[in-house]
Design a protein around this ligand. Sequence first.
Ligand SMILES: [Zn+2]
Length: 433
Amino acid sequence: MTMTDLELHIQSTPMVDTHEHLRKEIEFVGGGPDILSSLFDWYTVADLVAAGASPDSIARLTDQHNDDVRGRFLGIRSAWEACQFTGYGEGVRWIAKSLFGIEELSADEVARAAPMARALHKPGERLRLLREVANLDHVQVDDFVVEVAPDDSGPDFFLYDISWLGWTNGRVNAADVFAVTGVDVTDVASLRTAFEAAFARYAPLAIAVKTQHAYDRTLIWRARDVADVTPALQKSLRGETLSEPEALCLGDWCLGCAAELAAHHGLPIKIHTGYYAGNNRMPMDRIHASHLSPLLATYPQTRFVLMHTAYPFGGEVVALAKHFTNVYADMCWAWSIDPHGSEQFLRQYLHAAPANKLFIFGGDTAWPTASVAYAWQARRGLTRVLQTEISSGFLSEPQAIRLATRWMRDNAFACFDVARARAAAADGTPGRG
Ligand SMILES: [Zn+2]
């Protein structure tokens, strides 16, 4: 079947990947994913658990030291049969087929492919999978730390976020702050100085600031007085556990500082909204993107990137991007969570919010094999949505192609200072110890 101009364009355009947690080159080469981890790490495991896979079978599935690949697969086979049609399951099937030539997963097939997975653990292969196979322009990585350093395995390709997670959770430890900023924290003023030092040191190399505090606390935010923050900070510095209201107070203040400093340094702030990875702990009332409205209104100069379509509350993200000049919608991770729902989200967004504030893809995963599959899913979803709009007469094909370029690349390049981060990485500025 010949491809339409739209399909050809979407397949051949290098896509920006706004969000990953990719493990480093040294981990990939030294202890990269075996065949079962390549297929099932890390999101699909949660679907298997939801389908009833036992903790023991999951532990065996993900135990790379166990050479019994057949037995490890057979332990989750019935759960796999229940999950194979989910977004994650579809990703598994795409990895199996496109990278290992497996048409249908079976114990024999995964055992046959085991050496092929091992053969990928070579220097440069991680970059090749992402740049050439997934056809990505660059990836933006949250490696869970404040510090940002150039990544020698692809300095212009692997760009990093400054993680603001711990501080947004209201966890301020003087030794940790000193280690990353060189500033001694004794009070609110010196904590602010430390945050300024963190930005001065890492912002030039960074691509964004990132926090996923919705996993630990509510997204509800309000402006805090220094008088209220002080006792919470002092308690935290003494190493005492904060009450929930104290942690929220200190965390809100820390996030407010980041919002202000990010604007000053030209960095967007990415915030996890919506669905939780893992199992059996998601409080649905914490995760609404709409909880962030006061933050968005308080810092109009800061660009806020709301991640994951706040699944399943996508309409809130559409409304916020439509209403706030400083809000961007990032569909990272959305396609693998719910491919069909993501198509609906994209159509809703197209017909409601400005086209210059949406990013189409981020894999949000640890291994490049999964990123390959999720990039394929995103391209397929994008193609279907735009093709549907062409068929309905709403878009011409040239208009659809222009939208695809925006969502895959141009919007990200307008929001994130990719050139600055690349230049700083090429300079090899600050190092992480
Ligand atoms: Zn993530």
